[in-house]
Design a protein. Structure first.
Length: 231
């Protein structure tokens, strides 16, 4: 989806260019692509560990003291794929994939702990359409706070509603929020190695099953005001 003109950016990670991953014969990817996994099941169910890898990659590149969170030797697609394989062992899809925020949050926490880094996960659950309280502003505030901490926000979308540029039962990384010309809130995402823009307001209105959002901070950077998530 092309980015509409005259949008107003309300929040975003500070250095989105750090998410670029060098391709072998193609243009650089924006975040990783689960299709890089070598096995069929990994390619089918790998959006969770792929998104976790993208988030960890950004944290490692944007904070010098966390550079060891990225274990590969270069920023090439080949080496990043090896990193994705390592993250798979921590954020491991079950029969239903990574269908709960806690699976991703706990896996990232354990991976970071293995590298002597203590991360704090903030989690926000979005209920299904029948149970949803309609408090879209609270959801947006949660995402904005993660981005203002310079952390990509992992977003679980269990059903895409009326959006035709977002797969259902799928994790992506939100890197920016902006207000469109029609006042709907748009989100820039890293999805399948591409930079896309989705209508987050329309998703919230139309998604039947809801989903979740997760962002991470280093414990020393955390504060009660910055981490109001529930879940």
């Amino acid at each position: 989806m092309p980015e509409p003109e005259n949008n107003q950016i309300s929040a975003g990670i500070l250095q989105p260019e750090l998410l670029l991953i060098s391709g072998q014969e193609t243009a650089a990817a924006f975040g990783c692509d689960q299709d890089w996994y070598p096995e069929h099941w990994q390619r089918q169910a790998g959006c969770g560990p792929c998104t976790a890898a993208t988030v960890l990659y950004y944290l490692s590149r944007s904070r010098l003291h966390l550079d060891h969170l990225y274990s590969a030797s270069s920023h090439s697609q080949e080496d990043f794929t090896s990193f994705m394989g390592e993250i798979w062992h921590y954020v491991t899809p079950g029969r239903m994939g990574v269908n709960e925020a806690s699976i991703l949050a706990d896996g990232v926490y354990r991976y970071a702990a293995q590298h002597q880094v203590s991360l704090h996960a903030s989690v926000y659950e979005i209920l299904n359409r029948q149970q949803r309280d309609g408090n879209f502003a609270e959801f947006v505030t949660f995402i904005r706070q993660g981005l203002m901490q310079d952390s990509p926000v992992a977003f679980l979308n269990l059903s895409n509603g009326s959006l035709n540029n977002l797969d259902s039962w799928h994790w992506v990384a939100i890197t920016e929020l902006q207000t469109g010309q029609d006042s709907d809130l748009l989100a820039t995402i890293a999805d399948s190695g591409e930079r896309k823009v989705i209508n987050l307001s329309e998703w919230y209105r139309s998604s039947w099953l809801g989903g979740a959002a997760v962002w991470f901070s280093v414990d020393s950077e955390s504060s009660p005001a910055a981490n109001p998530g529930r879940g």
